[in-house]
Design a protein around this ligand. Sequence first.
Ligand SMILES: Cc1cc2nc3c(=O)[nH]c(=O)nc-3n(C[C@H](O)[C@H](O)[C@H](O)COP(=O)(O)O)c2cc1C
Length: 176
Amino acid sequence: MKIFAFAGSNSSTSINKKLVVFSLRSFPNDQINLIDLNDYEMPIFSVDREKNGFPKEASLFLENISDCDVIICSLSENNRNFSVAFKNVFDWCSRINPKVFQDKKMFLMTTSPGGFGGGNTMNLAKNIFPAFGANIIQTFSLPKFYDNFDEKQGITNEALLAEFNAKILEFKQNLA
Ligand SMILES: Cc1cc2nc3c(=O)[nH]c(=O)nc-3n(C[C@H](O)[C@H](O)[C@H](O)COP(=O)(O)O)c2cc1C
């Protein structure tokens, strides 16, 4: 199985990327394509700029999706919304193909240092991603990242780890 994995963040120390990397431990036998959103930096989307064509990075991002079987991602939350870095990729891609996520099955995550764990962004993504072709199979939000995650160990809170593992299992069962 081919997994396309990304964090919706352009931070070099992204906690969402750390969560994505941790989640990939659950897929040791699969082909992983983990990208860095910084490699998909484009001018800020505008209807004027798109008249001159689409940046190659947007097409590449969409190719990553068309090449995969499933998407595993974790979105960061800025001002209760997507990061600007992700939104820009999303906007450009949506102009090339409104079905950005191309009906691929998705394990959707968020995390933040706060107690809601990026829950606003999770709710936003849950509401709108299906209209853009996302087949969201399972979701997980990790609250208080710095209290509940260790770089080596991963999720340290027992209850949250159990929830995460149960959701990964359900996701895998859906793929079978
Ligand atoms: C401009 C800005 C706005 C933020 N707004 C929120 C927010 O609304 N909710 C939240 O939980 N965290 C918020 N945060 C904290 C981020 O969740 C935190 O920086 C986190 O590390 C971002 O994820 P990343 O490391 O994967 O980029 C904000 C951070 C910044 C810089």
